[in-house]
Write a protein that binds this ligand. Structure first.
Ligand SMILES: [Zn+2]
Length: 187
């Protein structure tokens, strides 16, 4: 997921960032694999954080960085955390709420998606320790968006056929001419 503005960090960070998978890159359609060997996880996660900050995102899934591991990073005002092998729990009193989302892999697009207002993320940290993280609001929405990525789905899967076609056309246009991104297409 992204915030509304974009900014670039200092030049020295450029070498530490991953190239992003943009729609229709195959990595976005592949289900990621459970992490069993944590040897390289801390360094990969560090680079994912740098990539997310550089692109001004609040969440980033590993397959958006063309990696195959089931893990994502999140950075908001409230939390800065990596989730490895995450699974979603939905509390009984959670409600579906509609909200606007954007995604680093789909530049120029804002999509209305219904998500639960609270979730529990059961995961592991970068060292393999089990974690239980209750989230609400923006962080809950972000976790659902990123875990969907890890399952090989994206937010345009929530759209009907016509809107999907418009979304695909918009992203293609923006990737060809980034100037088009200034006017975001809302679906
Ligand atoms: Zn996304």
């Amino acid at each position: 997921m992204t915030t509304k503005s974009t900014s670039l960090e200092s030049d020295e960070d450029v070498n530490l960032i991953f190239k992003l998978a943009y729609y229709p890159d195959n990595h976005l359609r592949k289900r990621t694999e459970l992490v069993t060997d944590f040897t390289h996880v801390p360094i990969l996660v560090d680079h994912m954080f740098k990539t997310m900050v550089f692109r001004d995102g609040i969440g980033l899934a590993a397959n958006q960085c063309k990696l195959t591991q089931r893990m994502f990073v999140m950075r908001t005002d409230k939390i800065r955390r990596a989730f490895v092998n995450p699974e979603l729990g939905i509390p009984e009193d959670a409600k579906l709420v509609e909200g606007d989302e954007s995604c680093l892999s789909f530049p120029g697009l804002v999509v209305k998606v219904a998500r639960y207002n609270k979730v529990l993320v059961v995961a592991q940290d970068v060292n393999g320790e089990k974690t239980y993280t209750p989230l609400d609001g923006l962080e809950a929405i972000c976790a659902q968006h990123e875990i969907e990525h890890l399952d090989g789905k994206t937010f345009i899967d929530h759209l009907g056929r016509m809107k999907r076609l418009i979304a695909e056309r918009t992203v293609k246009k923006v990737l060809k001419d980034p100037e088009c991104q200034k006017q975001r297409k809302r679906l």
